[in-house]
Design a protein around this ligand. Structure first.
Ligand code: OSB
Ligand code: MG
Length: 362
């Protein structure tokens, strides 16, 4: 198919309530909407860049890379498969969120052309996706316990809580006192160093299914040192940008589990490469989230249908973080914590144009 044009819009969408990690607190979500047009169709995706505290990109750099570099490279060219696109944009170093925005819109276009739901074109093997909720740092313990109670009632299959120095040991002790048997994990978002080794050793007693990204994003070596000394499996998030990172981390022993975020690794093509390597090496993976809108979550759902995605994913119904729905129908979760993939062609959801109109800022 011949690419005719690419269009970007910036949306700024209020969150239902604030979300806090060790990076800080945010109350609204900026995402870049990306539309790729051929002469007779369009594909749509989003680029949920968070900001330079999570990865080097921002919404504005992603827009710049798409409009001034990716567009120049692909407009007017024939792209018959995703590999063509990946090769063409391989001259751009980094900027994986930007590359993923266009790649995902192309996946949507290709799946529609083939008359298939995206997850089937991708090679997905399941259509019921297990869900976990990521609960941010709260103002106090009561608020956290309340959020956990509500999430368990809603049916989530696992609870993930954000930790940071000062909001860790005491919190976990109390959560475990209240809920000794629930499936529980923690995410440190790189807030600790090996100086905290005593704390990490004590974590072993809380029976956590994993600890996500305890140390600096650039530090596979010390993650390997840490994993040697604790039982709790380490799961890497921020450290993994590519198949090469995944290979290095696994060979070094830096983790036992990988959180693959479709956007962080540059799209579904790289996601599949990492997933295949992990399956071969018996490493469990799951799909992470970036507080995407329902549109971004829909691409994550397709990823989570692939072999090897054996653990609960940070994929939640649209209403979990937002009041309004960008997609129709909304993403819904069953009472036992599963989301069923759409059987419609392409990404499988329609876009609510009123939503875009309401929240577009550029
Ligand atoms: O580290 O997984 C993370 C949200 C924003 C940035 C980083 C992370 C998160 C989450 C939320 O934990 C995941 C979600 O979208 O459900
Ligand atoms: Mg994380």
């Amino acid at each position: 198919m011949k690419i005719k044009s690419i269009m970007c819009k910036i949306l700024d969408i209020p969150l239902k309530s604030f979300f806090q990690t060790s990076y800080g607190r945010f109350s609204s979500r900026q995402v870049l909407l990306v539309k790729v047009h051929t002469s007779d169709d369009q594909g749509i995706a989003e680029c949920p860049v968070l900001g330079p505290f999570y990865s080097p990109e921002t919404t504005q750099t992603a827009q710049h890379i798409i409009q001034d570099h990716i567009s120049n490279a692909i407009i007017g060219r024939k792209i018959n498969n995703i590999e063509d696109y990946v090769k063409i944009v391989s001259f751009i170093r980094g900027h994986r969120f930007a590359k993923s925005g266009v790649e995902l819109a192309l996946w949507d276009l290709l799946a529609k052309q083939e008359g298939l739901p995206l997850y089937q074109l991708l090679g997905g093997v399941r259509c019921k996706i297990p869900s976990q909720i990521s609960i941010g740092v709260k103002d106090n313990l009561d608020h956290l316990l309340q959020a956990i109670k509500q999430s368990l009632e809603e049916g989530y299959r696992q609870i993930k809580i954000k930790i940071q120095p000062g909001w860790d040991k005491k919190i976990l002790e109390n959560v475990r006192k209240e809920y000794p048997d629930i499936s529980l994990m923690v995410d440190a978002n790189a807030a600790y160093s090996l100086d905290n080794i005593q704390f990490f050793k004590e974590l072993d007693r809380y029976n956590l299914s994993m600890i996500e990204q305890p140390l600096h994003y650039n530090d596979l070596y010390n993650h390997a040192k840490l994993q040697e000394q604790i039982e709790t499996p380490i799961c890497l998030d921020e450290s993994i940008h590519s198949l090469d990172d995944a290979i290095t981390a696994i060979k070094l022993g830096s983790c036992k589990i990988i959180n693959i975020k479709v956007f962080r690794v540059g799209g579904l093509y790289e996601t599949k490469k990492i997933q295949r390597f992990c399956v071969k090496n018996n490493i469990d993976v799951w799909c992470g989230g970036m507080i995407e809108t329902g549109l971004g979550k829909a691409f994550n759902l397709a990823a989570a249908s692939l072999p090897g995605f054996t653990l609960p994913n940070d994929i939640t119904p649209s209403k979990t973080y937002f009041t309004d729905e960008i997609i129709e129908p909304p993403i819904k979760m069953s009472k036992d914590g599963y989301i069923t993939l759409s059987d419609r062609n392409g990404i499988g959801y329609a876009i609510n144009n009123e939503f875009i109109h309401k929240y577009q800022i550029k």
